[in-house]
Design a protein around this ligand. Structure first.
Ligand code: SF4
Length: 263
């Protein structure tokens, strides 16, 4: 039985990371169709949904959809670049969320600018987290940081060490549940097109893994290699349930027109 899915609600994003693996050619469904998807996930026995994208807060009725999911008994997680959240809206945007994961691939402004995330993206997340904690403590809302390792980002131990120290000194006091260090995965989209530019060698990734196994951290660090991402269940923006396996995706079925409709 499938217990958790990652639902890529929209392929739209306000940022433009060239190693991004969001779906590029699928349109988001309207709210009513997504309610059908929700019902089908419930019937299948799914317990947890991670809303993702693209940038999920760009989906027009994201707050209504999350509330529906919450009221139906799903645990609701969300992955966001954080750019649309601020001190004024964060309380409402996270009201029914159990965990938010911020994408944060570098702590350096010039690198974030270069990769298309915006120079102030790390500083923005750093300022946002204490605002979140004003309303939602660590027992109510988990906060994770997701960092993608590519051949151009965090590719040597000196860079890893700088980022590690910054995250530990600047964010750990706010109760970060997990810092996920994720190996670049050319599953689809730009990531697949630009695989040769961003692919990170086994040896380099193994050294990064060893580094994290050898340091003491205030934040729990979870290093994820390609095989750790195999067998994840994904719902695409147009409502197709898929499973990742060895760098590709297998279509399981459509969730738009009835639980048993096979695509
Ligand atoms: S990696 Fe995340 S923030 Fe960057 S373009 Fe893709 S969805 Fe947007």
């Amino acid at each position: 039985m499938i217990k958790s899915v990652c639902w890529n609600l929209t392929s739209e994003c306000n940022l433009n990371c060239q190693y991004c693996f969001r779906e590029l050619n699928e349109e988001a469904q309207n709210f009513e169709n997504n309610l059908v998807v929700l019902n089908n996930l419930k019937e299948m026995g799914v317990e947890r949904i991670t809303f993702s994208g693209g940038e999920p807060y760009l989906y027009p009725k994201i707050l209504e959809l999350i509330k529906e999911a919450h009221d139906m008994g799903f645990k609701c997680y969300i992955v966001s670049n954080g750019s649309l959240l601020n001190a004024d809206n964060v309380r409402d945007c996270l009201r029914y969320i159990d965990k938010i994961s911020f994408s944060c691939d570098s702590t350096k402004a010039y690198i974030n600018d270069h990769i298309g995330r915006g120079a102030d993206s790390y500083e923005h997340v750093k300022e946002l987290i204490p605002e979140i904690r004003k309303y939602y403590g660590p027992d109510r809302l988990m906060i994770d940081i997701n960092t993608v390792v590519t051949s151009t980002l965090l590719n040597d131990l000196k860079e890893v060490d700088v980022m590690f120290k910054k995250i530990n000194s600047e964010l750990s006091m706010y109760g970060i549940s997990n810092w996920k260090i994720i190996r670049f995965y050319p599953l689809r989209g730009y990531a697949k097109e630009n695989k040769d530019l961003y692919w990170i060698d086994d040896n380099i990734f193994a050294r990064i893994k060893e580094y994290f196994e050898s340091v003491e951290s205030f934040v729990n660090v979870d290093v994820r290699d390609i095989e750790d991402m195999d067998n994840d269940y994904i719902v695409s923006p147009c409502g197709i349930l898929k499973q990742s396996y060895k760098g590709s995706e297998m279509v399981i079925k459509s969730l738009r027109g009835g639980a048993n409709r096979v695509q």
